[in-house]
Structure formats: structure tokens, C-alpha cells
Design a binder for this molecule. Structure first.
Ligand code: NAD
Length: 357
């Protein structure tokens, strides 16, 4: 093989393990601002591909591509299961959000989004601020969650969906959604976790909380009478329900044997470290609310907000997360499967139906 062939072989994007059935992958550069971005459009069967833009200092473009491909596929499933008429996509910008990111860079990203004529619709994700999205919006209308198009911070809607999902989980595991006699341990009291804590407290639940940022823990103790635990002991705290609302991969071979709760239902993305961890939860008799099903309130609010409109439809679709979870749990029981596998299957079924229509 000569040098040309060998280099072509090594950069063969189509052989990428995460390539799947992605429709478009755009590598975008801008010489004036230093922008290097990858926009991945996974599937537009149900509509334009909606998914956030992440700014992250990836060690190399290959890691960025892997992340973009995985995240965009995840958005196809999330949007499909949430009942949205939207496909899945995601963008990543290879930059340190604190050091490299500029308004000009975000504008350049907006111009690249605009070239896709609405095939991809962007929004906020990790490393992107509301101001960044305003920069993007100066260059394209294919953006959601800005001051002009949005309902503002999606976190309260995510929290509402988590609360509805916790009730649906309780109904399935305990036969009642009454949380008055229940204790919930919440890991992470950020934008979503704190609001979940407030709703649970108002519903009469006892709270065990942790955060690596101490002032948030103190606030929850004062406002909700919560009991504080060390972040490393949140999953093993004596609670009926464990709500991971910090980072992903918290459910793994080390933590799962230590969980004392009967239910895991929280906001964090990618909670299962590996697919085997879902089976391990089931084996221990722990009911798991699939992360992308229960935390869809945020994307619902971004997708359905109308400029100047109210949030009735957003609330309706977010409240429906409880029904979706109930259907997932029932089917998982009937088929002897795990909830996260059933969630995937339900999303795939909706896509297959739309493709054959
Ligand atoms: P956030 O950054 O506001 O809050 C996360 C909190 O977790 C912070 O207060 C942080 O100090 C704390 N934390 C970090 N590591 C911890 C640890 N080891 N133990 C305990 N606390 C820890 O983020 P957020 O917007 O509240 O999102 C929380 C999770 O939900 C994330 O995984 C996010 O991807 C996911 N999510 C958020 C939304 C949304 O609308 N914001 C939507 C879907 C999913």
C-alpha cells in the first residue's frame, strides 16, 4: 500500500466504530477565529436534527468526533422517545471554554450552522453560555433556547420531568406515588437537583443530599430540612429512591452493590457506565428510570418554546414523561427486559414507523 492509500485508510471516517447511520458529518473551520467544530446529524426521519453545541478542550479531533457521533445518536433517541417531531444531532467545538472561546468564534459557528439550512438546529450544552447562543443567533435562525426563542433556563422543566418520573417510578415499585413516607437521596444540587429537592420536599419526602459545593448543601439543609452526606456516600445512603443529579457513569460495578434504594431516578446523563450495569440493577431488584427518558424536560422546553408564547404545551409534554416511564416499566416487566433497553426499542419503533409511513 502506498503512502496515500495508507493515510486514506487511517482517516476513514466511514469505518469509525460510532459511525452508525449518521446522515451528515461536517468538519467546520474558520481561520480568523480558530474555530474547529464537528456537526453531526444522526437522523432526520422525524424532523430537523436538534441537539446542543458542546465546547470542550478535546485532546484530539478523534475524541471530538467520537463524542459528536455518540451524542448526536443519543439525541435521536431522546427526541423520538419524548414525542418530539425532531431528529437528532449535536455539535462539538474543540476549544477550552474558559481560554479559547470568543464571541467571534461562536458567530463563525453560527455561520456554519446556517449553511445547513435548518437540517441541524443548535442549542446550549456544556461549555456554552446564554451569551454564546446570542452570538450564534446573530448568524442563524436555526438556534433554540435564546432570549428571543426560548423560555429561558431549561432546568426547571428538566426538574419537573424528574419529579414526575420519580412519582411514576414510585407507583411502579411501591404501588403508590405518595412520597410522604419516602426518603430520597439526591446527588448534586445544581440547576436541576436543587429544584428536584424543592419539589420533593413540597411533596413531603425526606431528603438526603450531597454536593461538592458546600453552600448548596447548607441551603438545602436550611430550606428543606435535608440531611447532608458525603458525595461518595449518596448512592449508599439509607433512602427509598436515589436521584443522581450530578455527573454521569455513577452507576457502575462499584456503586451498584452498595445502593440501598429500590429506585434510581435522576437527571444526570449517561448514568450507566456500561450496558451490563443496567442488567446488574435489575438483578438487584432496583428499578432504573432510563436517563434520557426521565431528563427530557429540558429538550422539550427548548424544542417547543414559541417566541412570545406560553409554556402550556411544554408542561403537557414534560408531565407526559411519567406516562412514558410507566409504559417502559410495564413492558420491561412483561418482556423480562431492562427499562433502558425498552426505552431504546420504543424510540426505534417510532423511527421505524415514521420511515415506513
Ligand atoms: P449543574 O452543573 O448546575 O449541577 C451539577 C451539580 O452537581 C453542581 O452543583 C456540582 O457541584 C455537583 N456535583 C458535581 N460532582 C458531584 C459529586 N461527585 N457529588 C455531588 N455533587 C456533585 O448541572 P445541572 O444543569 O443541574 O445538570 C445536572 C445533570 O443533569 C447533568 O448530568 C446534566 O447533564 C443533566 N441534565 C441537565 C439538564 C438541564 O436542563 N440542566 C437536562 C438534561 C440533563
Amino acid at each position: 500500500m502506498n503512502a496515500l492509500h495508507s493515510s486514506v485508510h487511517h482517516s476513514a471516517v466511514f469505518d469509525h466504530p460510532e459511525m452508525g447511520e449518521h446522515e451528515d458529518i461536517i468538519f467546520a473551520q474558520d481561520r480568523n477565529t480558530g474555530l474547529r467544530a464537528i456537526i453531526a446529524v444522526h437522523d432526520t426521519t422525524l424532523g430537523p436534527a436538534l441537539g446542543g453545541c458542546r465546547v470542550w478542550p478535546y485532546e484530539n479531533p478523534s475524541d471530538a468526533l467520537t463524542d459528536a457521533l455518540r451524542l448526536s445518536r443519543g439525541m435521536t433517541y431522546k427526541n423520538a422517545l419524548a414525542g418530539l417531531d425532531l431528529g437528532g444531532g449535536k455539535a462539538v467545538i474543540i476549544a477550552d471554554p474558559r481560554k479559547d472561546k470568543t464571541a467571534q468564534m461562536m458567530e463563525a459557528f453560527g455561520r456554519h450552522v446556517d449553511r445547513l439550512s435548518g437540517t441541524y438546529i443548535t442549542a446550549e450544552d456544556v461549555g456554552v453560555s446564554p451569551d454564546d447562543m446570542e452570538s450564534v443567533a446573530r448568524q442563524t435562525t436555526h438556534v433554540r433556547g435564546t432570549r428571543a426563542t426560548g423560555l429561558g433556563d431549561p432546568s426547571p422543566y428538566t426538574a419537573l420531568g424528574i419529579f414526575e418520573g420519580i412519582k411514576a417510578s414510585a407507583r411502579h415499585a411501591f404501588g403508590t406515588e405518595d412520597l410522604g413516607e419516602r426518603t430520597v437521596s439526591i446527588q448534586g444540587l445544581g440547576h436541576v437537583g436543587f429544584d428536584v429537592a424543592r419539589r420533593l420536599h413540597e411533596a413531603g419526602a425526606g431528603l438526603i443530599v450531597s454536593d461538592i459545593h458546600a453552600p448548596l448543601v447548607l441551603r438545602a439543609m436550611e430550606e428543606f430540612g435535608a440531611t447532608a452526606v458525603d458525595p461518595t456516600a449518596t448512592h449508599s445512603a439509607p433512602a427509598d429512591i436515589f436521584a443522581p443529579c450530578a455527573l454521569g457513569a455513577g452507576l457502575n460495578a462499584t456503586t451498584i452493590p452498595q445502593i440501598s434504594a429500590r429506585i434510581v431516578a435522576g437527571a444526570a446523563n449517561n448514568q450507566l457506565q456500561t450496558p451490563a450495569d443496567g442488567a446488574a440493577l435489575k438483578k438487584r431488584g432496583i428499578l432504573y428510570a432510563p436517563d434520557y427518558a426521565i431528563n427530557a424536560g429540558g429538550v422539550i422546553s427548548i424544542a417547543l418554546a414559541k417566541p412570545g408564547g406560553g409554556d402550556e404545551l411544554v408542561l403537557e409534554k414534560t408531565m407526559a414523561i411519567g406516562d412514558t416511564l410507566a409504559a417502559i416499566f410495564e413492558r420491561a416487566d412483561n418482556e423480562g427486559s431492562t427499562p433502558e433497553r425498552i426505552a431504546d426499542r420504543m424510540a426505534e419503533e417510532r423511527l421505524a414507523k415514521a420511515r415506513s409511513a
